[in-house]
Design a protein around this ligand. Structure first.
Ligand SMILES: [Zn+2]
Length: 97
């Protein structure tokens, strides 16, 4: 009769341990994937951050036809923000004030 208690006990124990191991290994895999995803996102944003960080190399920043680069603050502004133009000098409203 004692074996009757042992039998049902060992049956649920085994699959529980298996699923726990499964969950743990799956979580570990998910964590690794998350890390790689963040690294990918970082390397993706690096080129853009480089461009905006180097304010002196403004020419690298692609401009649209309706945009201009202010020669004072080096910000790319919409043409509606252009306050003054003197030759190659373009001043945005903020800098012209
Ligand atoms: Zn400006």
């Amino acid at each position: 009769m004692a074996t009757d208690y042992d039998a049902p006990r060992s049956v649920p124990d085994a699959p529980e341990a298996d699923s726990l191991e499964d969950l743990t290994s799956r979580r570990a895999e998910a964590a690794i994937v998350d890390d790689q995803g963040e690294e990918d996102a970082d390397s993706f944003e690096l080129p853009g951050a480089d461009l905006s960080g180097e304010e002196l190399t403004v020419r690298v920043i692609p401009k649209r036809n309706d945009e201009f680069t202010c020669t004072s603050c080096f910000l790319v502004q919409h043409r509606s923000q252009l306050a003054r133009q003197q030759g190659h000098e373009l001043l945005c409203r903020d800098c012209a004030d």
